[in-house]
Each structure stands twice: as structure tokens, then as C-alpha cells.
Design a protein around this ligand. Structure first.
Ligand SMILES: N[C@@H](CCC(=O)N[C@@H](CS)C(=O)NCC(=O)O)C(=O)O
Length: 213
């Protein structure tokens, strides 16, 4: 059976979430990278893989898929290896809830705004837009507070074993925590700090590191 192929740059948080699932399952895969920074052009034909022009896209033996949540669930269910979704109905619902929180309320303020303004803008020689940062912090704080609450005393977001919820959240935290605002907010969330120490130390995180961290 030919191994799966993932399309998109290693520095994309969503590409990293999909790679984390593949790494945690122990699946050999190929990463086809292209740039999505600045004035980029998607590779010829990419819109056939992902009509919305986002990353990642996934293919395995002619089966094509896009949307990270669909890809990671497929990877978990199609390949042998440790399960990445909890067994119980309630815990699985919790996992889906956390992924929804991250996608809908975390990604934009934490990554697209605070990380981009604080880390990416200076790399491009631009001053951060402080107004954008300030307006995103309330939403980021709500997101961290919600995750802190859902984490409780558990090791990982849905229990004692790592799940897709952790793998979706981790790449976003890896970027957000590069900013002073991210570190400040995290300092008020002792559970998430403990969680992050656990997640950041995983081999899968090391293997999927990009030039942006
Ligand atoms: N809902 C999509 C979101 C994917 C997404 O937003 N990817 C970002 C990179 S992290 C992207 O492709 N950005 C390119 C752009 O916005 O032009 C998923 O779950 O896969």
C-alpha cells in the first residue's frame, strides 16, 4: 500500500496538526511542501485538491481529502497504531468540542493575529499593528480560559492519553507562546502550562518542527 501524501508547508499550523497525527500513529508519509507566505501562487492543479486553496490536502492511493479535522480522524481510523480518539462517547464529544474551539475561536486571534503581528511582521521588517493585537487578546484569553476549564486535572485535553484535540491545539500554542502576550496569558493557566510541558516534549513535536518553531 502506497503511503499517504500531505500537501502544504511544514510551518502551517494545520499541516503540523495533520503531521502530528501521522507521526503519533507511526505512519510513513510524504510531505509535498510549497510556500503560502507573502505573494504566493499555489502549485498548478492544487485547487483540484482543495477548492478553497488552503492547506493541508491529503491523498492516499487515490483517496483525496481536505479539512484537517477530517484528515486527522481518517489517519487515526485508517492506520494501525495507538488510538488518537478517546473511546467513550462523552470524551469523544469533548475532543470534538476542543477541536471546534481551537478552529473557531483560537486560530484567528492566537495565530493569524497575535503571532503574525508579533513574530511575522518584524521578520518582514514591519511594525506590528498594536490595534490588531489588542483587539485579539480578549478572544485569545477566552479561548485559553475555556481550554483550562475543560482540561481540569487531566494530563491531556480529553483524558490521560494524547488525542486529536491535543494535536490540533499544540501547533497553535507553539506559535502563540512565542509572543509575550501568549506567555502572559499562559502564566494565568497553570493546567495548560502543565499540559504544554507534556505535549511540547513529545517526539512528534520535535519531528514536525519548522523554521518558525
Ligand atoms: N479549515 C481548514 C483551515 C486550514 C487553514 O486555514 N490553513 C491555512 C494555513 S495554517 C492556510 O491555508 N492559509 C492560507 C491562506 O489563508 O491563504 C482546515 O481545517 O484544514
Amino acid at each position: 500500500m502506497a503511503g499517504p501524501v500531505l500537501y502544504g508547508p511544514a510551518y502551517s499550523v494545520y499541516v503540523r496538526a495533520a503531521r502530528l497525527a501521522l507521526e503519533e500513529k507511526g505512519v510513513a508519509y510524504r510531505l509535498v511542501e510549497f510556500d503560502i507566505l507573502g505573494d504566493y501562487e499555489l502549485p498548478a492543479g492544487y485547487l483540484a485538491r482543495h477548492p478553497f486553496g488552503l492547506v493541508p490536502a491529503f491523498e492516499q492511493e487515490g483517496f483525496s481529502l481536505y479539512e484537517t479535522g477530517a484528515i486527522t480522524r481518517y489517519v487515526d481510523e485508517a492506520f494501525p497504531g495507538p488510538p488518537l480518539q478517546p473511546a467513550g462517547t462523552a470524551a469523544r464529544a469533548r475532543m470534538n468540542q476542543v477541536i471546534g474551539i481551537i478552529d473557531n475561536y483560537g486560530y484567528r486571534p492566537m495565530v493569524r493575529t497575535v503571532f503574525v503581528e508579533r513574530v511575522m511582521a518584524p521578520r518582514r521588517g514591519q511594525a506590528p499593528d498594536e490595534g490588531r493585537v489588542a483587539s485579539a487578546l480578549g478572544k485569545a484569553a477566552t479561548c485559553l480560559a475555556a481550554l483550562e476549564d475543560l482540561l481540569g486535572e487531566k494530563t491531556f485535553l480529553t483524558g490521560e492519553d494524547i488525542s486529536l484535540a491535543d494535536l490540533h491545539a499544540a501547533p497553535m500554542f507553539a506559535y502563540f507562546l512565542q509572543t509575550p502576550e501568549g506567555r502572559d496569558l499562559m502564566a494565568g493557566c497553570p493546567g495548560l502550562e502543565r499540559w504544554w510541558a507534556e505535549v511540547a516534549a513529545r517526539t512528534s513535536m520535535e519531528k514536525t518542527r519548522s523554521f518558525l518553531g
